[in-house]
Design a protein around this ligand. Sequence first.
Ligand SMILES: [Zn+2]
Length: 117
Amino acid sequence: MGNYVGEYEQKKSVETEDKILGYLKLTGRTNIEDLSTKVGISSTQLIKILSIIRQKREFVFFIDGNEVYMPGYERERPKEVVKEIVKEVVKIPCKHCGYLSDPNAEKCPNCSAPIKA
Ligand SMILES: [Zn+2]
């Protein structure tokens, strides 16, 4: 009867392995802690199971710091949106001719009158 427990544990571990691989395939790259929380095991257990999976299955994944990733399944990370900062140029009208010129300019480009008082 001792075999029953062994079989049960084996079944359970295969289930856990499938769960882990499922998440890995889905995300491509995930944080070890996040993954262990999702599967419902500790991160130490997860790392242990990952090495077991690596030994008996053909799935290729790598552990990179606190992340685990599966090449080929990695989603393209969303590119950071670079906000274009448009500098608002405030122009001031020339007191002499009304021409809008840069406030840093010394002279009005239109009539050469001094901008700064
Ligand atoms: Zn002017």
